[in-house]
Design a protein around this ligand. Structure first.
Ligand code: PMP
Length: 357
């Protein structure tokens, strides 16, 4: 078996230890004599695992009392709809930092008025606007941000404080660092970057927000349905939640979010240093103070060189370096499961490639 260095943006690298453990347990989950994909989601064995998953999320993220955690299908894109369906009454404010905030705002417009409270669109989403620069109109129901912009390679390092509820799409940096959840009223994250296989979203919702939700919606679109039925109103994505559970235990064993943040800072530093010391051969897309620790985006002098870079890297077992189709260029996604060794290998390749061109 030959594993490659995986820099895919999502679905993306998962910890090897977890993959092996899942493989080992696949035929016999929790001594049931059945696979996790064969047992009832109403069984005690399943429920214990789901409860433990919620517990681990609470513990790792230090989620305070007064919040519920639920598992929802439909990906981040369903959350683009649900947050607005439940909470957009007068107007929703969006800090537009990239394609995914833009899409959330577009989806929300189906339910009411949306507006950009701040935006870096005019500058190709190269930066995160100053936390205090957002202009919030009267009767705004919430402010919406995207903590990490997967495509553009920018990340919020200092969250805004507002006097209206704060919503955050944390899909691409969820569990990559400690976050003060009490700053937020609604947080959601598709798990397919740092935490598991695509197919489930973790949503963390404040009880004081939940009571304000629109109750005139189909049940499956109401957050309350998931809270009231402990995420099992219908069949939850059992395998995904099980996998997430394993990753959470892996994270805990690594030393938790402070330790993983330390590693992520170091990994990102290795790559940004190559970019910064390349005399302009590699040009970072994001301005330095807004750089993402998860997605390192950069350009080479020409698109032809970028294509050659991606192809030669793949030959060297460095996979997934092509930038998103909407902006081109190159992108190295270095989520929790990508090792420092992987980043060192990519850095060495980048320096060699530059030397040869
Ligand atoms: N938000 C962010 C930050 C993303 O990177 C993505 C893409 N995975 C989405 C939302 C959309 O998620 P999904 O493909 O699960 O709908």
């Amino acid at each position: 078996m030959k594993r490659v260095y995986n820099f895919n943006a999502g679905p993306s690298a998962m910890p090897l230890e977890v993959l092996k453990q899942v493989q080992e347990e696949f035929l016999d989950f929790a001594h049931t004599g059945m696979s996790i994909v064969e047992i009832s989601h109403r069984s005690a064995a399943y429920q214990a695992m789901q409860d433990d998953t919620v517990c681990m999320l609470r513990r790792l993220l230090r989620i305070p009392d007064g919040y519920h955690i639920v598992f929802i299908q439909g990906g981040g894109s369903m959350q683009f709809i649900m947050h607005a369906a439940n909470f957009l009454k007068h107007r929703g404010a969006y800090i537009n930092t990239g394609v995914w905030s833009d899409k959330a705002m577009q989806a929300a417009a189906f339910y009411g008025e949306t507006y950009e409270a701040a935006s870096s669109k005019a500058d190709h989403f190269t930066y995160i606007p100053e936390a205090g620069s957002a202009v919030i109109k009267p009767d705004t129901d919430y402010v919406y941000i995207t903590s990490n912009n997967t495509i553009h390679g920018t990340e919020w390092h200092d969250f805004p404080s507002c006097n209206v509820p704060l919503f955050c799409d944390m899909s691409s940096d969820f569990l990559s660092r400690p976050v003060d959840i009490s700053r937020f009223d609604l947080v959601y994250a598709g798990v397919q970057k740092n935490v598991g296989p695509a197919g489930v979203v973790v949503t963390i919702i404040k009880d004081s927000l939940l009571v304000q939700a629109n109750s005139q919606l189909p049940l499956m679109l109401q957050y309350k349905t998931y809270v009231d039925h402990d995420s099992t109103y219908n069949t939850p994505p059992v395998f995904n939640i099980y996998f997430v559970n394993k990753v959470l235990h892996w994270l805990d064993a690594q030393g938790g979010l402070k330790e993983i943040e330390k590693r992520n800072i170091q990994k990102a530093h290795i790559l940004y240093q190559v970019i910064d010391e390349s005399d302009g051969f590699y040009k970072g897309h994001a301005v330095p103070q807004s750089r993402s620790r998860m997605n390192v985006t950069f350009n080479l002098p020409t698109p032809a060189l970028e294509a050659e870079f991606v192809a030669q890297a793949a030959e060297a077992s460095l996979i997934g370096l092509k930038g998103h189709r909407s902006i081109g260029g190159c992108r190295a996604s270095i989520y929790n499961a990508v090792t420092e060794e992987g980043c060192q290998a990519l850095a060495a390749f980048m320096m060699k490639f530059q030397k040869n061109h």
